[in-house]
Design a protein around this ligand. Structure first.
Ligand SMILES: Cc1cc2nc3c(=O)[nH]c(=O)nc-3n(C[C@H](O)[C@H](O)[C@H](O)COP(=O)(O)O)c2cc1C
Length: 212
């Protein structure tokens, strides 16, 4: 299959318009089952080491469980506030949407029970594959005008305990997902001058062989 320049531009538009969505932007609107399927299909199409496809997705809509997870976030975020005590901005940042989003999704890595082609030297490759699936999910959700937020101010082992996830799995990400009132034009942390956007020159370098 050959794509057109327009296809490439459409992909770039979606990539550029993807945002991390926090609770202040989610709205109360259900996602149609076929749209959810399309989003998880995108995740399930990700590349994976040895084609191991080591991801599983757990949807959490139970409000009691979400309350428990939110409580975990509050505990961890109060520690983070102490770390950033010199910042007047940090305490005002909204850094999750656990209770506001229509869906919460725990993304799991299923630990291998046999040798995986390609993962024999670098053991983390399976977990990296799960991150590829998360990126696919994030982008396809955006293509359907659905926001996703990654909540990482959580202790994975605590979340696994709350969700009764066995040690055969490792929690890679805790995501929120749902329709939004708007997608900010640029990363919020850029708007707030927390970090500046890097340019291509900042991130690309070249090496030449200096051996004689
Ligand atoms: C691995 C990972 C973990 C993240 N964890 C959080 C988080 O805990 N809370 C939060 O508000 N944003 C989190 N983010 C979102 C980033 O802050 C966001 O991607 C970045 O500021 C760029 O903004 P954008 O995604 O809207 O382009 C996370 C993003 C990634 C990739």
């Amino acid at each position: 299959m050959n794509f057109t320049l327009q296809d490439a531009q459409a992909l770039q538009t979606i990539l550029s318009a993807r945002r991390d969505v926090r609770g202040n932007h989610y709205i109360d609107k259900t996602i149609a089952p076929e749209t959810l399927d399309a989003i998880f299909n995108a995740a399930n199409s990700a590349p994976s080491v040895g084609f191991s496809q080591p991801w599983e997705f757990m949807i959490i809509d139970d409000l009691i469980l979400r309350d428990k997870i939110y409580h975990e976030f509050e505990k961890e975020n109060s520690k983070a506030k102490a770390i950033f005590h010199n910042s007047s901005l940090y305490p005002s940042l909204k850094l999750e949407g656990i209770k506001e989003a229509a869906y919460n999704v725990a993304v799991l890595y299923k630990k291998p029970t046999k040798a995986i082609l390609g993962q024999t030297t670098q053991k983390k490759m399976g977990e990296y594959s799960v991150v590829c699936a998360i990126q696919n999910l994030w982008l396809m959700a955006r293509a359907y005008n659905i926001g996703v937020g990654w909540v990482s101010i959580l202790k994975p082992k605590r979340i696994q305990k709350i969700l009764n996830i066995s040690s055969d799995y490792k929690l890679i990400a805790y995501l929120t997902m749902g329709y939004v009132d708007e997608f900010p034009n640029e990363p919020e942390l850029q708007t707030l001058n927390w970090e500046a956007k890097k340019q291509l020159d900042d991130v690309i370098s070249k090496r030449t062989n200096n051996d004689d």
